[in-house]
Structure formats: C-alpha cells, structure tokens
Design a protein around this ligand. Sequence first.
Ligand SMILES: C[S@@+](CC[C@H](N)C(=O)[O-])C[C@H]1O[C@@H](n2cnc3c(N)ncnc32)[C@H](O)[C@@H]1O
Length: 261
Amino acid sequence: MTNFIILFLIIVNLFLIFLLNKKKIKAFFYKKKIRTTDLNELSDIFLNKQIGKNLFGPKEEVIVKNFCIDKENKIVGMTSDYEAWIISSLSKISNKIFEFGTCSGKTTYLMALNSPDDTKITTITLKPENLSTVEKQFLDNKISFRNIINESIYDRFLFSGTKYENKIDVIFQNSLSLDEKKFNNKFDLIFIDGGHTYSIVKNDSEKSFKMLRENGIILWHDFVPGKESAKNVVKYINNISSKKKIFHIKHTSLCYYRNKL
Ligand SMILES: C[S@@+](CC[C@H](N)C(=O)[O-])C[C@H]1O[C@@H](n2cnc3c(N)ncnc32)[C@H](O)[C@@H]1O
C-alpha cells in the first residue's frame, strides 16, 4: 500500500511539473526548421556604429519616436518594446505599409509617427460587428480562435484624433475576403499580426507574398514555439519555410521574409 501511495505521489508530482513547465518542455523538444538571425541581417540600418574603443551604438536611422502603454491600461495584443523599435525603424524607410490586425492601433501609430510624411499605411481589422464573418476552420487552434474574439474590441484607435490619422487607412473587414489584387506588388513593409488561426495566417501570408513589392519585407508577429496561442503561426511558418526563405529574428517573436531583387 505504501509503495502504491509513493508511486501515486511521484506520478502526481511529475504531472504537476509538466503542467507548470509545459511551454519550456515543448520548446525544448521543438525541432527548429527556420534559422535565427541577427537583426542586422534584416537590414543594414541595424548595424551599430563604433563610438569608442569598447562602445557601439545605434545609427541615426534607428533613432525613433516611441511611447509605452502601462499594463494597467489592459490593452491587448501588443508587441514587446524591442519589437516595436524594430518595426518603427523599418517604417522610417517605408512608403507603403500594410498591417494585418490593428487592435488598439499601437503599432499602426508607431508606424505613422516614424515613417516619412508621404507614407500611406493601410491596416485591416475586425470590430465586434464583423465577428459573425469569422468561423473556426478544421485546422484552427481553439485558443487562437478565442483570441480573435477577445481582440476585436476596438473601433477607435490610439492614433484616432491625432494629426497622424490622415496617413492611415483602416479597413474594417475580414481579411479572408480581402481582394489583394488591387494591392499587388505595392508594399515596402507588411506586418502580419491578425488572426492567429491556421486558416487566417495562411490567408494573410499568401496575400502578403503577392502584395509585397521587390525588396519589400514581410514581418510575422508571435513566432513562439511552445506557446499554445501561437501554435498555428509557428506551424504555418514552418510549413512554408521549405518554399520561402523565412528567418527568425534573435530575441524577438518576429520572423521575416525579404523579396530579394
Ligand atoms: C494581435 S491583435 C493585433 C495587434 C496589433 N497589430 C498591435 O501591434 O498592436 C489581432 C488583431 O487582428 C484582428 N483580426 C483577427 N482576425 C482577423 C481577420 N480575419 N481579418 C481582419 N482582422 C482580423 C483582430 O480584430 C485584432 O484587431
């Protein structure tokens, strides 16, 4: 009987350890399909300049306008500060930008704040009234589907009412029905951060490959192996990595593809 109780307790403990470290364990067993690169492989603007014998610092091109949002504001679906800085820096050298998934508009606002005055930013998103157009498909992760509903809550954005608003065109539409033909070969920078279900990531990515102009960059957010809500993003990117050269940027959840000249 004692042996049985000890065995039972060991099993319960192992199960608890697994539950508490599920993300780390999954990440440990994750088989890497795409290469992680240094940020400066994405663009020369990120190469540091030497300031002193033992001091390296940012070039002028990556000095950006920024703001942070306090956690108490409970804004959902945001990038990290480091990721926001990368996107802001790339915006400085982009004239046509497209974003899948506006949410609070934090990244859209940063793009508008940092891009040249004549840059146009198009961002597509859902508001609660549009949610009836979204259906869970066979391969779609349940948590990612639930997040679409939780994140489609805004119809005013952080940039609303600011002088930057006129650079931004918000499309309230399900990206599954977006007609990408009118946008073919148009964009310098595309940020894919809309629905994280397999069907939507696949749709947004396939459209982006057509919408990207030569030498343009696509960025995907939330490439986090082991994170349940990012499972479909990781799965899709891994699946197409044999056909498209996609890289993961070190210390971020961003992946990129460059439409090389
Ligand atoms: C993770 S949030 C985007 C965060 C935002 N890019 C940022 O950096 O602050 C996801 C957004 O994608 C939108 N979305 C989800 N599925 C969509 C779809 N099928 N079509 C258009 N927008 C979608 C949601 O409404 C939500 O605004």
